[in-house]
Design a protein around this ligand. Structure first.
Ligand SMILES: Nc1nc2c(ncn2[C@@H]2O[C@H](COP(=O)(O)OP(=O)(O)OP(=O)(O)O)[C@@H](O)[C@H]2O)c(=O)[nH]1
Ligand SMILES: [Mg+2]
Length: 406
């Protein structure tokens, strides 16, 4: 069930990187216990990255990404390399696959890059049936806090240990992510979730951040009331005690802000997402940078999903309208969708990202890192909308009390 419902943004992305012919595809097959990836002794068998979703309890849904060998040569090879490298932005854990006796520049460069990006990794010495890695190399890697594992994809030796090591490394990382909302609502108290059902709402379901908020509140033993903005007043009327928190879709911020009493904490789903996905303070500062925008400045709006824009679309119509109003003139807007993101951010004074429910933590981190290296402030829809509408302080107050913001 979880396999069907978890979309890509909530699956842990595990990339297998290494030279050609070391057994990356064979390891994907061994880990999934299925023949999903093509294996052969011809170097360069895997060309484009191939994703294989699987369940890895207790982590839950993960996706294994088999990639082309890092030492792929020639013109086509360099194109493949670009794809393989772009995929690195999405990987939250990397298995650096190698075999005994070949460790060299290729591996050292990748190791260095993963460290710089702060992507957790496991070095896998595959083909252990053919030979063991040099003890000094393993020792030196372990001294750098790199976890090393030996496997044989053909005999399955060490594969269970690799599976467990993936779980251990991933669980340690998971614990570092702040919860979505649970910590803001004490057990037994009520949280009201305001979910407008408008033209942009998908048919027959509610979107992932909302579903995840419900689950997170249930996990925290809180009570959860889900209403449309049109029933919010009735819901409050029906409650004997004020809610501990109201969370709204950012597009209904103004309405909800006006409806609920000043002493009831209010925030938005995308504000929760900004905190949950990380680099919250960077994104808060990004929203504050709206105050420095001038008419004629260029703003990049980045949407992670590739939905077909509707009339009155949030990213193309409403957000630009709110930003123009706040700035007091016309800004210039560019929009990108999906995994496309410009290398050159120099034309932009601000990047505004959607809540990013289809993107994983690592990809958001990579993008924010890219913006910060280019000295371009970055924020997300909810924070930007709250800032434009003058309810920024109210939307952030719940996090100040919980000590998340200084
Ligand atoms: N002896 C031995 N052979 C292995 C092992 N793992 C893979 N092989 C063999 O090594 C060859 C390459 O395996 P692949 O899984 O295709 O390697 P790859 O890293 O995906 O290669 P590219 O896709 O070309 O980058 C195949 O002939 C495999 O059968 C292992 O643990 N031991
Ligand atoms: Mg392969």
């Amino acid at each position: 069930m979880a396999k069907q419902t978890a979309t890509r943004g909530f699956r842990l992305h595990i990339g297998l990187y290494g030279r050609r012919n070391v057994g990356k595809s064979s390891l994907v097959n061994a880990l999934t216990r299925q023949d999903v990836a093509i294996v052969s002794d011809t170097p360069g068998t895997t060309t484009d990255p191939v994703s294989k979703p699987m369940e890895l309890q207790p982590i839950g849904p993960v996706v294994l990404i088999d990639t082309a060998g890092l030492d792929d040569s020639g013109d086509l090879g360099s194109l493949r390399m670009q794809r393989t490298r772009a995929m690195l932005d999405r990987c939250e854990l990397v298995l650096l696959v190698t075999v005994a006796g070949v460790w060299g520049d290729e591996e050292a460069k990748l190791l260095h890059e993963l460290k710089q990006r702060q992507v957790p990794m496991i070095v896998v010495f595959n083909q252990m049936d053919q030979g063991q890695p040099a003890a000094e190399l393993v020792k030196s890697l372990e001294q750098q806090d790199v976890v090393c594992v030996a496997t044989s994809a053909t005999t399955s030796q060490g594969v269970d240990n690799l599976r467990q090591t993936i779980i251990d490394v991933a669980m340690a990382e998971k614990q570092e992510a702040p919860p979505l909302v649970r910590d803001l609502v004490p057990a037994g108290e009520t949280c009201v979730l305001v979910v407008p059902i408008d033209k942009e709402a998908p048919v027959g379901r509610i979107i992932l951040p909302q579903v995840n908020a419900i689950r997170d509140l249930l996990d925290g033993d809180a009570c959860c009331v889900v209403v449309k903005e049109t029933q919010l007043a009735a819901a409050l009327e029906n409650m004997r005690k004020k809610p501990a928190l109201v969370v709204t879709d950012s597009q209904a911020f103004a309405e909800v802000d006006a409806l609920i009493p000043a002493d009831v904490p209010l925030t938005g789903f995308s504000v929760l997402m900004a905190r949950h996905r990380g680099q919250f303070e960077t994104q808060v500062a990004g929203a504050q940078a709206i105050a420095n925008l001038r008419p004629g400045d260029r703003v990049l709006v980045a949407e992670s999903c590739t939905h077909h824009p509707v009339q009155d679309d949030i990213g193309r119509v409403k957000l630009p309208r709110w930003l123009n109003k706040r700035v007091g003139g016309q800004l210039l807007f560019d929009t990108v969708q999906g995994h496309d993101f410009p290398e050159d951010l120099s034309p932009y004074k601000l990047v505004v990202h959607c809540g990013g429910c289809t993107m994983n933590r690592q990809e958001i981190h990579s993008r924010l890192g890219h913006c910060s290296r280019a000295s371009v402030p970055a924020t997300n829809y909810g924070l930007a909308i709250a800032f434009c509408l003058g309810i920024f302080e109210r939307a952030l107050a719940p996090f100040e009390t919980s000590g998340m913001l200084s």
